[in-house]
Write a protein that binds this ligand. Structure first.
Ligand code: SF4
Length: 471
């Protein structure tokens, strides 16, 4: 997808005015936050699992070459093939070649953020191969020609009636008067359409949640069964995965799986957890005759051993998005990139460059909820802070923001002046008040939100008062 992250501020402002989006984003709390909290309440060993997973992942990242080579050996021994791709262009060319060699005209796809990262759909379509998304959320946004807005719930920005409208516009062979007023009816219609696409497909392209070095397997979780159908009904299975997805052993894969589903959707386990190990064996009635793994680097190996290496621990559970107060009101499209929310605000500038995604590290309140809920213990706030420092060092911060920070730093080192300035600011905001709120704060007009009126007493004044009461 085209990166438009430099327009984050404008897009965030538009998102805040979008009543349908604000309604749809309420599902983050009900759909993810509450379920995650509930399921983790029944997992007393969560912290121990998290520590173990971090240790395993850091070990893998230190020995990535060893585990990837081991994985390749096993895939080959199982009758499959591995293709090492340094760039997105390499991966696109490899996948296209594999599809063309197989004579594929239709490719059914499982949800894959890496496929979004390399924009494979446009590339296949430009060469006469039809990509068909089979994950329900991905299918909906493919019909709407939109990018995903969330790494595990690509259509979370949409309400039911918007999806019904899309189906009516796109599924024109179906009766106009059919009812599409419940989730069940929407799912049934998508299933009806997709079933035909599965049966007519020539190849399957999926991502992978993990690659197991010990067995040469790709592990995928889903809740819809579309991935198994894709693989089972076509002659060619291509797995597209970034290189940090490798884990040493089957046991390690189960460790990560225990964390992934709980952190992502609050499930103890996803409905389907599939292990794909090579092509189908002689005598098996379904499964592909050819199995290929396309391993993508695309800038990740440059992060190894550096100050941002911890972001490579990410298992794409989406928990940091679900708990982020910024993502919770802007949604994913404002980020203008494949990866959104706190993990995207770190990863996108690292992969694309601060010149293309400079504003994203600013899209955080630094409240710390993201790293608190991250099952891989990624210090997201610290990484975002480092990116802000780098951005400032590269001269990418506006003169006004630099001046503002300079004034703040000057005052912060002089407590007396700081207190005087804080009182003066409260007085100024008071002048702008309307019904107990500040509708247009000075220097903050672009955000389009009113602010609660600051307390008439500063924190220090309140602190002194309470100390006096206690004395
Ligand atoms: S950064 Fe952590 S919480 Fe966010 S998607 Fe990755 S693993 Fe999940």
């Amino acid at each position: 997808m085209e990166i438009t992250s430099n327009a984050f501020r404008e897009k965030a402002s538009q998102a805040l005015q979008d009543a349908d989006l604000q309604d749809a984003l309420q599902n983050l709390k009900r759909g993810f936050q509450e379920k995650r909290a509930k399921t983790l309440a029944h997992l007393p060993e969560y912290e121990a699992l998290r520590e173990e997973a971090v240790a395993v992942k850091d070990h893998v990242l230190r020995h990535l070459d060893f585990y990837l080579n081991h994985f390749e050996e096993k895939v080959r021994a199982n009758g499959g093939h591995v293709h090492w791709c340094e760039t997105a262009a390499d991966a696109r060319a490899t996948i296209l070649r594999l599809c063309q060699q197989a004579g594929a005209k239709t490719v059914v796809k499982g949800k894959s953020m890496i496929a979004e990262e390399i924009a494979i759909n446009d590339h296949l379509a430009a060469h006469g191969i039809a990509p068909v998304e089979t994950d329900l959320g991905e299918y909906i946004i493919q019909l709407r020609k939109e990018p995903p807005s969330h790494i595990i719930a690509p259509a979370i920005h949409l309400k039911r009636d918007q999806i019904a409208g899309t189906f009516r516009r796109q599924h024109q062979d179906l009766p106009d008067d059919r009812a599409l007023d419940t989730p069940r009816r929407l799912v049934d219609e998508a299933r009806h359409i997709l079933r035909e696409r599965f049966l007519g497909a020539d190849a399957a392209l999926t991502g992978a949640n993990f690659l197991i070095a010990e067995t040469g397997s790709a592990v995928l979780v889903s809740n819809e069964g579309n991935i198994d159908l894709s693989r089972g009904l076509t002659g060619l299975h291509i797995v597209l995965a970034s290189l940090e997805k490798v884990v040493p052993s089957l046991n390690d894969a189960f460790l990560f799986l225990r964390l992934l589903s709980r952190a992502a959707t609050g499930q103890e386990a996803a409905t389907y957890t599939s292990f794909f190990t090579g092509p189908s064996r002689p005598g098996e009635v379904d499964g592909p005759g050819a199995f290929h793994v396309v391993l993508l680097d695309n800038g990740r190996s440059k992060l190894l051993g550096g100050e941002f290496a911890a972001i490579l621990r990410c298992i794409r559970c989406g928990a940091c998005l679900n708990h982020c107060p910024v993502y919770g009101v802007t949604g994913g499209h404002a980020y203008g990139a494949v990866y959104t929310g706190p993990m995207g605000a770190v990863l996108t500038p690292l992969l694309e460059g601060l010149d293309r995604a400079g504003p994203l590290p600013e899209a955080s309140t630094f409240c710390g909820r993201c790293e608190e809920v991250c099952p891989m213990g990624i210090p997201l706030v610290g990484l975002l802070r480092k990116l802000r420092v780098r951005r400032r060092a590269e001269g990418r911060v506006s003169p006004l923001a630099r001046a503002g920070l300079g004034v703040w730093a000057f005052l912060a080192r002089r407590p007396f002046l700081y207190h005087v300035a804080a009182r003066a600011l409260v007085a100024v905001l008071f002048l702008f008040r309307r019904r107990g709120r500040v509708p247009a704060a000075p220097f903050a007009g672009g955000w389009g939100r009113s602010l609660p009126l600051a307390s008439a007493r500063t924190f220090q004044a309140e602190w002194r008062r309470r100390q006096g009461e206690d004395a």
